[in-house]
Structures are given as structure tokens and as C-alpha cells.
Design a protein around this ligand. Structure first.
Ligand code: MN
Length: 292
């Protein structure tokens, strides 16, 4: 039975790519069908991929960022992080890392050493989140949020878990601090669970299906590794999990400012991009001691 709810604009498949030597990624955004879902700029879904035992953890070598945030949600396996702002951390299943590149840093993202030694399966999501112009050169910040610090709202039947990473949902506030209003929800629904999500009507809203499949408003479906983009006509999203499903709800107030991007830099003008490249090349975003 079809029910009314927020209009579905697009259902987008991901493109495959490899990031560094350690991340086998599917990415539905940015791409030919969607440049951004402001404030969300990118969705990179790693795995699930096998990691063979090794003494030399795979990943990305040091690389810079400026002007936005990287948000990493781990589902399986372990990651290690370090950056030139002095932050280090490891994260595992259920943990979320919310890193503000701000004025600029270099960071390294690798499989965690013990995990790499044992080998196993790795699955994680990395989102890039834009910040308003006034905050683009803020000091770098690192929020390493443990799974147990993320509160859950249960679906009406008590079977589904809606983990509130940022913003608030049904009166429950998530731990992540953000620069603009963002509701980031990590939703786990057993097969057959139906729920209605209420989100501010004027937010951009997307659902990315990490695993499983869903029916939306009783008449549309989305499967693993698809991004659903919604319109702004109604607050409700009616969804039913047709198998055991994990999905992420990306909802946020659009940042209505020009976007200028070049690789790892996200600014408002080309002039600011040129400055970012110059600052990186002159070492202004820091260096790791062994690279000096
Ligand atoms: Mn990075």
C-alpha cells in the first residue's frame, strides 16, 4: 500500500574506486547524478572487504584537508588515525570519528596494527561534511566518539535501533558537535521492521543503505549501496526493512554558499583554493616528524 511522505527525488548507485592502498570503496556522491547534498559532500563506503594478515597496515599515506569535516563510522574491523594537529586515535565497530580539518592539517588513516596483524573484515563509511564560510579556518578538532556514548532511540515495535550521532531525534541528543544543524542517524532495522522517521521539512535528507534493503512509502525500494535523495515537501519518511538492514540518515540544514573544491580542499572561492594549495606546499598544514 502506498502512503504519502517526503517525495523521493533520486535513487543513486555508487561508483567503485580505491582509496590509498587500503580502502575498497563504493561512492554514490559526488558523481554525475549528484554533486552534493548540502551540507554533505561525499559518501565513501569501504567494504565489507577482506584484510589479509600483514605487519604493514594498509591505508592512506599522509594527506591534507582544509575547510570541511571528515566523519568516519566503523561497522567492522579497526582503524587508526593520526594528524598533524596532534590527535591520534583508534576506532572500532560502532565508533564514530568526527574530525574538523578547519584551517588545515595532514592526517593518516590506516588499518589498526593489531587488526592488520590478525586480518579480518573491514567495513566503514566516511562522510565529508561542509562547514559554513565563517568556520572554514577554525582550529582543527577531533571528536573520537565511542559506541557506548551514542544514545539510541528504539522504533515503536522495540526491534529497531536509531543511533543518534549528531543533532537530536525524538528528544534524544547525539554527542557530536557540528557547525551547522545536522541530524546524523545510524539506523539498524531487523527484517520486517517498519518505522516513520520525522525530520525537519526544510533540511536536505538522504538515506544511504549500508546493508540490506528497504521499501519507502510502500511503493519504492532501495538496496545495499544505494543513496536515496528526498525532496522538501513533507517531514515524514515511511520505511520498512525487507531484510536485516543498516542505513544512515543524512539530514541537515543546507549551507547556501558557493562551493569551490579541489581534491582534499573545500572552500568557497577558487582564490581560497589557490591559497590552500600554497599553504599545504609550504608546510603550513604541518608535517609528520619522520617526513621532515
Ligand atoms: Mn582524509
Amino acid at each position: 500500500m502506498a502512503t504519502t511522505g517526503r517525495r523521493i527525488f533520486q535513487v543513486i548507485d555508487g561508483n567503485k574506486k580505491f582509496v590509498g592502498d587500503g580502502f575498497d570503496v563504493t561512492s554514490p556522491m559526488p558523481g554525475p547524478r549528484i554533486r552534493q547534498l548540502s551540507p554533505f559532500l561525499l559518501i565513501d563506503h569501504t567494504g565489507p572487504m577482506p584484510v589479509a594478515p600483514t605487519e604493514a597496515p594498509l591505508g592512506t599515506p599522509p594527506h591534507p584537508h582544509r575547510g570541511f569535516e571528515t566523519v568516519t563510522v566503523v561497522y567492522e574491523g579497526y582503524l587508526a588515525h593520526r594528524d598533524t594537529a596532534g590527535h591520534t586515535g583508534a576506532l572500532g565497530p560502532g565508533d564514530v570519528q568526527w574530525m574538523t580539518a578547519g584551517a588545515g592539517l595532514l592526517h593518516e588513516e590506516r588499518h589498526e596494527r593489531e587488526f592488520a596483524r590478525r586480518g579480518g573484515t573491514l567495513e566503514l563509511l566516511q562522510l565529508w561534511v561542509n562547514v559554513p564560510a565563517r568556520d572554514k579556518l577554525a582550529p582543527p578538532r577531533y571528536q573520537n566518539i565511542r559506541a557506548e556514548a551514542i544514545p539510541e532511540v528504539l522504533t515503536a515495535d522495540g526491534r529497531g535501533r536509531i543511533r543518534v550521532v549528531s543533532g537530536s531525534y525524538e528528544g534524544v541528543a547525539g554527542p557530536a558537535a557540528t557547525f551547522s544543524p545536522i541530524n546524523l542517524l545510524d539506523v539498524h532495522l531487523p527484517a520486517g521492521t517498519a518505522t516513520t522517521l520525522h525530520l525537519p521539512a526544510d533540511y536536505n535528507v538522504g538515506i544511504y543503505v549500508v546493508k540490506g534493503s528497504i521499501t519507502l512509502h510502500g511503493n519504492r525500494s532501495a538496496a545495499t549501496k544505494q543513496l536515496v535523495v528526498f525532496g522538501w515537501d513533507a517531514p515524514e519518511l515511511h520505511l520498512t526493512a525487507t531484510e536485516d538492514t543498516v542505513l544512515v540518515v543524512l539530514a541537515g540544514e543546507p549551507i547556501e554558499e558557493p562551493l569551490a573544491t579541489y581534491g582534499p580542499f573545500v572552500m568557497n572561492t577558487n582564490r581560497e583554493l589557490v591559497q590552500a594549495i600554497a599553504d599545504f606546499e609550504s608546510g603550513g598544514m604541518g608535517t609528520f616528524p619522520e617526513d621532515e
